[in-house]
Design a protein around this ligand. Structure first.
Ligand code: HEC
Length: 144
């Protein structure tokens, strides 16, 4: 009986995590203000060192003097292509890191899935309403 009750608790807890993750941000939708505040703190702690304040990205090092395989951290605001990705794709890149370069590390050992979605909410707060409306697969609509 106790085991069953504990299992129900675990299931409820997981549902809460998944629900709050989805509630924090949704592709094409304005992010939840509470998630943005939490995400900003996490961004400053874990991401700002490379992607810079307000997600403006690193100043690119010219190819001629850059070590082979060295990638600069691109902007995450709307000047680059972060908004071409869905919330899930962004969360996945942050959680798993990028295969293309080890400079973009995997954060799954460092932050929870809910926190990843809070960071996605913060990143989206750097985009205009027009860009948010065109987020993800429909991004070509905003390319003209
Ligand atoms: C040590 C430096 C470093 C840190 C810390 C870092 N990144 Fe990155 N990030 C990079 C680099 C380098 C790239 C890849 C650039 C490329 O592929 O040209 C990247 C790529 C990305 C991309 C893909 C963007 C796109 O448009 O495809 C996202 C999203 C991203 N980072 C988010 C984050 C978030 C969120 C954090 C903090 C949790 C973070 N990064 C921390 C260096 C970093």
């Amino acid at each position: 009986m106790i085991t069953i009750r504990r299992n129900i608790l675990v299931v409820n807890f997981l549902a809460l995590i998944i629900f709050s993750g989805i509630a924090g941000a949704e592709t094409g939708k304005t992010p939840d203000p509470g998630a943005v505040v939490l995400g900003k703190g996490l961004y400053e702690k874990h991401c700002q060192v490379c992607h810079q304040k307000d997600g403006v990205g690193e100043t690119p090092i010219p190819w001629s003097i850059r070590k082979p395989g060295y990638f600069t951290a691109m902007p995450l605001n709307e000047t680059s292509h972060a908004w071409h990705h869905t919330d899930e794709q962004l969360a996945n890149m942050i959680f798993e890191g990028l295969r293309r370069t080890k400079r973009m590390p995997a954060f799954k050992e460092v932050i929870s899935e809910k926190e990843v979605y809070d960071i996605v909410a913060y990143i989206k707060s750097l985009w205009s309403a027009r860009i948010i409306a065109c987020q993800g697969p429909q991004h070509m609509r905003c390319m003209q």
